[in-house]
Write a protein that binds this ligand. Structure first.
Ligand code: ADP
Length: 573
């Protein structure tokens, strides 16, 4: 009882630990996969952020380039500028120097000035001034380009929206797309606007000498920057420049857009991200990690399940062994008790009558035979376990051997109320086998057919020959073996758990011995069984030599005929 309890307890523990193990593996795997993906995501995010910064750096550099000529502008005293203009229609020397410096930059083609009070564009009687590079003076302009009026107009209307009370700088820069840049000059003390200086932008120079070289420097090496950048005029739907002409612009490919803050309104940078080396490396490492992880999990699961199944098997084995011990003790004691009682009666001289003496003697004889059989079986198992089974192989003619076996055993089988039928046997090629083993195999199979049959007391022996194998079958019309048990019946101590088996005596050793003997003689055993209809065990050995053609043909014919008969007869009941 104790052993059963222990086994049961350890079984619960085993299930518990298996559950914990699986849970731990799943949790660890989940965590690992999650962190691997999180790492990849953060790398992608960082790469994206980095590209965004690169785009911003580019636009900032361009903005800086526009403002460069006006560095120091904020420190100028606007009152001086205003006074100078009112007195001489020109600006003081230091401001003209700034303008001279500006016009020497090819980015700007011309400079114009319009007084705030006047509007030379709309009122022809009011002059508009053009900066003369040679003399560094403003002179009344004759031809006023449309862009200048547009620029002044935009600057004026923008200044209408600016509250000068709160404004802190002495100028405000306003762009008319890529055409002009206008500075509104502001007198902060009197909160007035002096006028508007408009600088016309040289579009070609801007594109070819500033935007494009800078774009190529920053993003031209696509494999390093990990992106292709196009400058597009969205109003004209036109690509102006590209960091890598090998890549065709396509709206679907755009991953990020970047405008120039407060300037070049119509122009937008479009960036398409290629796989950056860092992201590619992270992806490759993620894949590698996933493969290794998958393999590790597979091995771990495999090991867990293997260990569990093994433990389960050992548990069943322990249980069966415990049952076997209890059984064997009982089985050994019964014949011994009978023999002891009979012997005692005889030796005491209590039984003197001849008939009774004979009956006591036959009792002792039968029990001794039963005891011997059981001990033989136990010894067989012990030999199998210790690998000491002796094999004395010799060439055997199975057809002859089976006929001989049939003749020798049919009476015994008939006496048990069974019909033993031997099919017409084909001439079979020789096999190598130990005839003692063949006898044990047949004995066990036939004994089982007897034990596990009810009303249909019928056993049939057949022989089949195919190209290189010789097989014999033992079929019965007994209780059959359930599908689930069929895999297990060759295990030591295994018995099918049902009422029929419980009624018969046995220890689940016969088939284990049979299988072992078949295998050490180079053969294999299989079965075909249907509960309630019967069972056929098939033992197959390799033929020793190739058959002659004639033998083959007869054998094949008989085999086919037999298969048909077997199917018809075996389950006829
Ligand atoms: P035992 O007969 O001593 O129990 P075996 O190893 O010979 O042990 O058989 C194992 C089990 O297989 C049996 O307990 C029985 O349930 C089943 N079995 C074997 N042969 C047959 C058969 N011919 N028909 C039905 N069941 C069988």
């Amino acid at each position: 009882m104790k052993i059963y309890q222990k086994v049961k307890q350890s079984n619960t523990l085993r299930w518990f630990f298996l559950g914990c193990g699986i849970l731990a593996v799943v949790a660890l795997t989940g965590m690992n996969v999650y962190s691997l993906y999180a790492l990849r995501e953060s790398t992608i995010e960082a790469a994206k952020e980095n590209r965004k910064i690169q785009l911003e750096e580019y636009t900032n550099k361009i903005v800086y380039r526009f403002r460069e000529p006006f560095r120091g502008m904020r420190d100028l005293e606007m009152r001086d500028l205003e006074e100078s203009w009112n007195n001489s229609q020109n600006f003081p020397h230091h401001f003209r120097k700034v303008l001279l410096n500006t016009i020497s930059d090819s980015l700007f083609s011309d400079i114009y000035f319009s007084h705030e009070e006047h509007n030379g564009c709309h009122k022809p009687e009011h002059p508009l001034y053009h900066f003369d590079k040679q003399s560094a003076y403003f002179r009344v302009a004759n031809d006023i380009p449309k862009e200048v009026c547009d620029g002044i107009g935009i600057s004026k209307s923008r200044m209408n929206t600016v509250s000068l009370d709160e404004y802190r700088w002495n100028n405000k820069v306003v762009f008319d797309a890529h055409r002009s840049m206008t500075l509104a000059l502001i007198n902060l003390e009197q909160k007035t606007i002096i006028g508007h200086v408009t600088l016309l932008i040289d579009r070609n120079y801007l594109i070819n000498n500033i935007l494009e070289p800078e774009l190529l420097t920053k993003f031209g090496k696509t494999e390093e920057s990990g992106m292709v950048v196009w400058l597009r005029d969205w109003m004209q739907d036109e690509v102006l420049i590209s960091s890598n002409p090998a890549y065709q612009f396509s709206r679907d490919k755009i991953d990020m857009r970047q405008r120039f803050p407060d300037l070049l309104d119509n122009w937008v940078l479009n960036a398409s991200f290629l796989e950056s080396p860092v992201v590619a490396a992270t992806q490759a490492s993620l894949n590698r990690n996933l493969v290794v992880l998958g393999f590790a999990v597979f091995v771990l699961f495999g090991a867990l399940v293997f260990m569990f199944i093994n433990a389960q098997r050992e548990r069943e084995f322990a249980l069966r062994q415990a049952g076997f011990l209890a059984n064997v003790t009982h089985e050994l004691k019964t014949p011994l008790a009978v023999m002891q009682a009979a012997g005692e009666n005889i030796s005491d001289g209590r039984v003197t009558d001849g008939e009774r003496l004979k009956s006591y003697g036959s009792h002792i004889y039968d029990e001794a035979i039963r005891l011997r059989k059981m001990i033989d079986k136990l010894l067989d198992v012990a030999k199998v376990d210790s690998g000491q089974t002796m094999v004395n192989q010799a060439p055997v003619n199975l057809d002859k051997y089976l006929s001989g076996y049939y003749e020798g055993h049919k009476e015994y089988v008939n006496n048990r109320g069974f019909t033993l039928k031997l099919d017409q046997l084909p001439a079979s090629p020789l096999i190598m086998a130990d005839t003692n083993h063949l006898e044990t195999i047949l004995n066990n199979l036939i004994e089982n057919s007897i034990k596990y049959s009810h009303d249909e007391k019928y056993i049939k022996m057949s022989l089949f020959v195919d190209n290189s194998d010789v097989s014999f079958t033992i079929s019965d019309r007994g209780i059959g073996i359930p599908k689930k048990a069929q895999k297990l019946i060759f295990n030591k101590f295994y018995r099918v758990e049902n009422a029929d088996t419980a009624k018969t005596k046995g220890h689940g050793l016969g088939l284990a011995i049979v299988k072992n003997l078949v295998e050490i003689n180079g053969g294999k055993i299989s079965l075909n069984s249907e509960p309630g209809k019967g069972t056929t065990f098939k033992v197959t050995f390799p033929a020793l030599l190739k058959q002659t053609t004639a033998m083959k043909e007869t054998a094949l014919k008989t085999s086919r005929l037999k298969s048909q008969q077997l199917e018809e007869e075996s389950y006829a009941g």
